[in-house]
Design a protein. Sequence first.
Length: 176
Amino acid sequence: MPQSTSQSSRFRYRIHNRTSKWMTAAELKDAASSGRLESQSEIQSAGQNDWIPATEVKGLEFPSVEPDETMAQRVPQRHQEDTHPRFKTMRDLLTNFLHSPVAINLVDPTTFEDAELCLVCEDHFEINLPARRVRAFLPYSRIKMIATLETEDDGGANYRDTHRVTIEVEPCEAIK
């Protein structure tokens, strides 16, 4: 039975081995009409395991393809809102990568070492530097910049799986 987008459910779509963020029915319709969601995409409703063809979802309208444009000629476009969530604070960004590997220049300003983000608190975060056998408590005021770098592995279903965090801080003399 064809699904409908009239419910107040959350949806996501999958195309070219990429999965979108969860979105409302209105956002799903907008993605279809703008061309981000293609007719050969698959849709999943929150709470469901199955993916269904986008063409079976009532209410979705796809832009028409120009006659001289074949599917082989179309290159999928990545849209920032599909791949880069917005974080309101540094704390929100770091919380998203809790217990993940990060790179940080804690000792030398030009050398980034592998670390694990262990804890994110209101005024500081904690990292584990296994190579140095050190656990460091860093106030947010020491951060110069945080970058999320896309990894080569595109297979992940969410932002955390396809990105790695690099944290540039004011180096600490005490750990040398």
